[in-house]
Ligand binder design. Structure first.
Ligand SMILES: NC(=O)CC[C@H](N)C(=O)O
Length: 307
């Protein structure tokens, strides 16, 4: 491999790969259950070249909760901070990403945009006359970040989640009752499940991470996300990006990151690199087991912790 991360990347992947056996592929969205448990792949983009591990790097997977970072950026670009944070809070939660508990015990406003309730409230804000228009606006942002105009969503995964998303529907109905959202719940779920089903590979994720790491600009210096919004999004990745593992992850890894139940993780090392990881076997909190091990090893070997 001819790149600055060279053979070391391959070695770190080989060492982290066996941890996949400790995890389990998500199956509550039936289409995700088809993923191969043993896969682990990584790409690193530094603005000049992409370094990737051999083996599974071209595997496509869906963003799932990683999309929460991108809808938050778009909602902030659409409306500004005041409107967005009127609907969703800024505090981490110790609860699982799909929990309804705090919606009832606190005010109905979801705690942060990285959990499902918060992401539904943020998706509700995305501008567009129809689901297609909202999705197209989100896809346009993602295509620019990935520098790949063909990025789209996986219809089978979207439909599979839409058919089985009754917990997310409950969150949305609860928030509708409490006037956090005021649109048709199935229309919102249609948009939400499609955004979660946007399909990428590790290279795409590494480029998304790079734009965030680089203050919102791509490698050519073109602004894709305003600097202040990129800063805000990275901060949420640190405090809430790995669900209720975010505290331990900050200590062990120290890289702004966001995971999804497909097994993807995006990492953004400020002013340095973007990292894209895919490892579908998850721990009980919904994070890629081998992917987290790999990020920990990368962080320690290359001194990537921001702390
Ligand atoms: N943690 C996740 O990746 C969750 C996303 C998934 N689409 C859901 O709403 O359940």
């Amino acid at each position: 491999m001819v790149c600055q991360y060279g053979e070391q990347l391959e070695k770190l992947v080989k060492e982290a790969e066996p941890y996949a056996a400790e995890g389990k592929v998500a199956d509550y969205i039936p289409a995700l259950a088809k993923a191969d448990q043993g896969i682990l792949a990584v790409s690193i983009f530094d603005g000049k070249e992409t370094c990737f591990s051999a083996g599974h790097s071209t595997e496509m997977f869906t963003l799932q909760s990683i999309s929460k970072v991108l809808t938050l950026a778009l909602a902030l670009m659409d409306h500004g901070e005041e409107v967005v944070f009127d609907k969703v809070g800024m505090e981490p939660t110790g609860d699982p990403y799909n929990s309804i508990a705090k919606l009832e015990s606190l005010v109905a406003k979801p705690l942060n945009p990285m959990i499902n309730a918060g992401a539904l409230a943020v998706s509700h804000l995305i501008k567009g006359e129809s689901t297609e228009e909202r999705l197209e606006r989100l896809l346009q942002l993602i295509r620019k970040m990935c520098a790949r105009p063909s990025v789209t969503y996986n219809r089978e995964v979207a439909q599979s989640e839409f058919n089985t998303a009754d917990l997310n529907r409950s969150l949305a109905f609860f928030m509708k009752q409490h006037r956090i959202i005021d649109e048709n719940v199935d229309q919102l779920l249609d948009f939400y499940t499609k955004q979660c089903a946007i399909e990428v590979d590790c290279d795409d994720l590494a480029r998304i991470g790079f734009v965030l790491a680089n203050g919102g600009k791509n490698e050519e210096g073109e602004e894709i996300i305003p600097f202040e919004i990129a800063r805000l999004v990275k901060t949420f990745m640190v405090t809430c990006g790995m669900y209720n593992s975010s505290g331990e992850f900050a200590i062990r890894v120290g890289i702004p990151a966001k995971s999804g139940v497909s097994g993807g993780i995006v990492g953004a090392v400020p002013n340095n690199i973007g990292i894209g990881i895919y490892g579908p076997a998850l721990d009980e909190k919904g994070n890629s087991v081998a992917g987290m091990k790999l990020l920990e090893a990368l962080s320690s070997y290359y001194h990537l912790s921001i702390f």
